[in-house]
Design a protein around this ligand. Structure first.
Ligand SMILES: [Zn+2]
Ligand SMILES: [Zn+2]
Length: 250
């Protein structure tokens, strides 16, 4: 599986990076993305990755920096790539309604047209599990949003190899469960030491790195203070900092 970091920033484009999102090739039968923020289509273009080749988008949660790029992907599908192949969008409860509302808000005429390609929504609650495109998708509760909104940590498994994505979250049981035994975990590290809302900070994480065992860690969603300081890797741990355009074969 090749992971390409399409974006590595928080919601504020800290460090002049794109919203955190990830392209996965060689996981499913088609190409996947985890999260699709407002700058994700820009990122795909910049990295010469083909939006039309995407089969599945898995959303960790419904904040704009994680899903607001979808209407632009739909536009590309309708007018640039003339897509006819189905697209699957996985996300927490309410995903279909929120994506529809966003599309209608931005492009009301287009949203009411008959789509040239089918969009299939798969909504997962914490504890949910579904096989999509040959990949087992498992959802765990993240600690980030106020009910009824629910953020997810996602675990994607194919051929007994798992990859985990924290989305935005504090350290919590759902995060550890998603990461358990995973080959790789892309982990929210928005803050360095200053509180940055319901996210992880380096100050909290640095003492907990060993609890992720052999899982390779990619710290992402980096805020301004974290980006400016990027601590030296901790001895005995496998740790990488996400950067726009970084590729990892795992
Ligand atoms: Zn975010
Ligand atoms: Zn968020």
């Amino acid at each position: 599986m090749r992971l390409t970091v399409v974006g590595s920033s928080d919601a504020f484009h800290s460090g002049a990076r794109r919203h955190a999102s990830y392209h996965l090739a060689g996981l499913g039968d088609g190409e996947w993305m985890v999260d699709f923020g407002a700058t994700s289509l820009l990122g795909l273009r910049k990295l010469a990755l083909d939006p039309a080749a995407l089969s599945t988008i898995a959303l960790t949660h419904l904040h704009g920096d994680h899903f607001a790029g979808l209407p632009f992907l739909f536009l590309d599908a309708m007018f640039k790539s003339n897509r006819t192949a189905p697209l699957t969008v996985i996300g927490p409860p309410g995903t279909e309604a929120r994506v529809g509302t966003l599309f209608r808000c931005l492009y009301p005429n287009l949203a009411s047209q008959t789509p040239t390609f089918p969009v299939r929504f798969v909504e997962l609650s914490p504890g949910g599990r579904r096989e999509v495109d040959g990949v087992v998708v498992e959802a765990f509760a993240a600690e980030h949003m106020t009910p009824p909104d629910q953020a997810l940590c996602l675990r994607l498994t194919r051929n007994e190899t798992s990859y985990a994505f924290s989305g935005d979250t504090e350290l919590c049981d759902g995060l550890y469960a998603a990461a358990s035994g995973a080959k790789l975990l892309v982990l929210d590290c928005t803050g360095y030491e200053t509180w940055v809302g319901r996210h992880c900070t380096w100050q909290e994480l640095s003492g907990q790195l060993a609890s992720f065992g052999d899982t390779a860690l990619v710290l992402s969603h980096l805020g301004a203070e974290m980006r400016a300081k990027l601590p030296q890797p901790v001895a005995g741990t496998t740790l990488t900092y996400a950067e726009d355009g970084l590729t990892i074969d795992a």
